[in-house]
Design a binder for this molecule. Structure first.
Ligand code: ASP
Length: 360
């Protein structure tokens, strides 16, 4: 049985097969209309979501399956104090596959350790969002014809934006991908992604503060919203919320074949006038998201694209330091979970939390 918790849980070859299957579904959706007949997807959404939850539900319904679940923590047993482990053990007895969104980082990882059925991380706090990454990869591959040899600009909240973290990890495995990170000082890309992902793979990247500095050189521009709900200091959010705005004037500085992506929802970072520009790809991206989730469900259920039946290997962990310092880590609310840390380098000098990947 395989889960999708981190955007690199599937190998590059496996991702290719999922994207190829999505392409095939796009070509002939009717051929897949009964593939999940009799199967149930459980959507366990502890945190609000519109498009991801509906996208998962639409995907399962279009495959002929059914859906059950909840869309906020207050309407689930978590409000009675139930742990993630118990919830998935119970739900896994009813459903064939689970998609989980949680405001605590590492919660889907915990779910995968206890679930009798495949678990898909549908977004955990500011950590990861691997199915948005599959969506982004399918969009880029469909519109640019390749996933290698191009420059991606990532703009906005690179600190808390989980879609950015997942996409950086995934794209770093392709040949010749270069990143330009566009963020204010306070919202820069997390250091651990530079140290653990970009530097070891010798990936070319640049950090700049303004859109104007980067827009002319990127093949794809990935805009993101400033993640209001992740700020501990609300005044900082107020100060930063409108730091970037992509408008027609800035689009005029971009390449003619550049594409603009956004995981949505947008707030003020893309002016509505950009929507009519043929380079605006964010609404097309939404549709690709549904098709790639159909492909992923079929793959994890073993109906198409058989994957090797091994789960991602878990690294050896140590139990020091005593607690994870990330206030958003799942271990801060589930006291019974053993604290676990893994080394991030061969010399064993740095450790990170096994669940949320925060530096120890
Ligand atoms: N929908 C994306 C997410 O769930 C992006 C966002 O919320 O800004 O992370």
């Amino acid at each position: 049985m395989r889960h999708l918790i981190d955007s690199t849980d599937l190998s590059v070859a496996e991702i290719d097969r999922v994207l190829n299957l999505a392409d095939d579904i796009i070509r002939d959706p009717a051929a897949y209309g009964d593939c999940c007949k009799g199967k149930i997807l459980a959507t366990l959404f502890y945190e609000p979501s519109t498009r991801t939850r509906l996208s998962f539900e639409a995907a399962m319904l279009r495959l002929g399956g059914s859906v059950e679940g909840f869309s906020s923590a207050s309407t689930s047993s978590v409000s009675k104090g139930e742990t993630v482990a118990d919830t998935v053990r119970v739900v896994g007895s009813y459903a064939d596959i689970i998609a989980m969104r949680h405001n605590k980082e590492g919660a889907p990882r915990v779910a995968s350790m206890f679930s009798p059925v495949p678990v898909i991380n549908a977004g955990d706090g500011g950590h990861q969002h691997p199915t948005q990454t599959l969506t982004d990869l399918l969009t880029i591959r469909s519109l640019k014809g390749r996933l290698s040899g191009f420059t991606v600009g990532m703009c906005g909240d690179l600190k808390y934006g989980r879609t950015v973290h997942s996409l950086v990890k995934a794209l770093s495995r392709y040949e010749g991908v270069r990143f330009v990170f566009i963020a204010p000082e306070e919202l820069k890309i997390p250091r651990h992604l530079i140290d653990e992902v970009l530097e070891p793979a010798n990936i070319d990247y640049q950090e700049v503060a303004t859109l104007e500095e980067a827009i002319g050189e990127v093949d794809a521009l990935y805009m993101t919203r400033i993640q209001q709900e992740r700020f501990l200091d609300k005044s900082e959010y107020e100060r930063l919320k409108d730091v970037y705005r992509l408008d027609a004037e800035k689009m005029a500085m971009a390449r003619a074949d550049m594409i603009v992506l956004h995981p949505l929802p947008r707030v003020n970072e893309i002016a509505p006038e950009v929507d009519a520009d043929p380079r605006a790809a964010y609404f097309k991206q939404v549709k690709y998201g549904m098709y790639v989730r159909m492909a992923l469900i079929l793959t994890l259920l073993g109906i198409k694209n058989q994957l090797a039946p091994v789960r991602t290997e878990e690294p050896d962990w140590v139990e020091e330091p005593p607690v994870c310092h990330n206030p958003a880590c799942i271990t801060t609310v589930e006291n019974g979970l053993p604290q676990r840390f893994v080394y991030t380098d061969e010399s064993h000098t740095h450790k990170k939390c096994f669940y949320c990947e925060h530096d120890a």
